[in-house]
Design a protein around this ligand. Structure first.
Ligand code: 5GP
Ligand code: MN
Length: 342
């Protein structure tokens, strides 16, 4: 038996909203990752099995390696189909918000979400939820939203509605947010859930290959170049930095997702406790950070790089030049060491 975490009151309220609903939409954060997409699709599969009409709406494109998840073809990308997405929100009698803590994180859907009159249920694992929702199920101690969603579904007594596609999507979310069970995964209950998902028919080996070990030639070369030529290591300050300009990304025909795992790589170097990757976009610098132990990259991203996230995985958007972002990171090294590294 796994522990009971979600409050009885939340479950009761959510049950009423789901029972009443006929047309449900899910929404997640921008640049959706495996947890955002996995949770959204799992909700679609389970609610579909219950006889509800349910569509997953995403603010913008997700990585190509997620496109093979069951149901991914039915996802509505609000950047490509803004009118359709708006119509779905209009007609919805329930909105399920997955894997984000504030409306701002839904990017172009922020206003639509705020204006939407339908009741909302939030299921998320980011710190400090700040959203108007009828039911807020926020558990930052959970390794993935997909894992929390599994618990939610079980508490609604809908375990039997978790079919093979739903199981696969939940497992994909859990694998993504734990780096295939390599960090943030000390919770024994996680593995009970994995066992249940495998019993439901989820193919973990195939998911691993799809999510973690499929790389285009361009992407492999770009990552190798980034590590070989562009990685700066600051051994005295326990840090590493990789910066890639637009020109460099173009040279390797960068497509979304190509540098997904790059920021983790420097953490393999003994003594490096946090790592940053700065990627030049057209109008800003996308910041991605990872750490080990109790170094809070979420604080660093929130205070200096227009973002936030989790203790060990965070990101942000820096409005300035790539050089300014890199300079700022370097200028904070000493201060960070004093504050956070014993
Ligand atoms: P990634 O580095 O994979 O893009 O993001 C890692 C985590 O950092 C995400 O799961 C999310 O929690 C957080 N994050 C990334 N980008 C942003 C951002 O622009 N704003 C905020 N608030 N959080 C972000
Ligand atoms: Mn997540």
């Amino acid at each position: 038996m796994i522990s009971r975490t979600i409050s009885e009151e939340s479950i009761k309220k959510a049950k009423v909203l789901i029972d009443r609903a006929e047309r449900i939409v899910t929404v997640c954060h921008t640049a959706p990752d495996g947890d955002a997409i996995g949770s959204s699709l799992a909700a679609v599969h389970v609610l579909g099995a219950l006889g509800k009409e349910c569509r997953a709406i995403v603010p913008d494109a997700y990585n190509a390696n997620l496109a093979k998840l069951p149901g991914a073809k039915e996802i509505v990308d609000a950047t490509r189909y803004p009118d359709f997405a708006a119509r779905l929100f209009d007609q919805a009698d329930l909105v399920i918000c997955l894997d984000f803590n504030e409306p701002r994180r839904t990017g172009r859907l922020e206003k639509t979400l705020r204006d939407c009159k339908a009741p909302k249920i939030l299921i998320d694992h980011h710190l400090h939820p700040d959203i108007e929702a009828d039911v807020i199920i926020s558990h930052p101690e959970m390794a993935a939203t997909a894992y929390l969603l599994f618990r939610f579904i079980c508490r609604l007594e809908l375990f039997n509605f978790i079919n093979k596609p739903a199981a696969e999507c939940i497992l994909a979310g859990m694998m993504t947010d734990t780096g295939n069970f390599s960090y943030n995964c000390a919770d024994p209950d996680l593995y009970i859930v994995v066992a249940e998902l495998l019993r439901k028919g989820a193919d973990k080996d195939a998911l691993y290959k799809q999510l973690f070990n499929t790389l285009s030639e361009n992407s492999m070369r770009l990552n190798a170049y980034a590590v070989y030529e562009k990685m700066e290591v600051f051994p005295d300050e326990g840090a590493a930095l990789i910066v890639l300009s637009r020109e460099e990304l173009n040279r390797f025909h960068y497509v979304k997702g190509d540098t997904e795992a790059l920021v983790n790589r420097p953490l393999a170097i003994p003594g490096v406790v946090y790592s940053a990757f700065l990627r030049e976009e057209t109008d800003m610098v996308k910041v991605s950070m990872r750490s080990t132990g109790d170094f809070p990259v979420n604080v660093l991203c929130k205070e200096h790089f227009g973002g936030g996230g989790h203790l060990n995985a965070a990101g942000g958007e820096f409005y300035g030049t790539l050089e300014e972002a890199a300079g700022l990171f370097r200028s904070l090294l000493k201060e960070n060491k004093e504050k956070y590294i014993k």
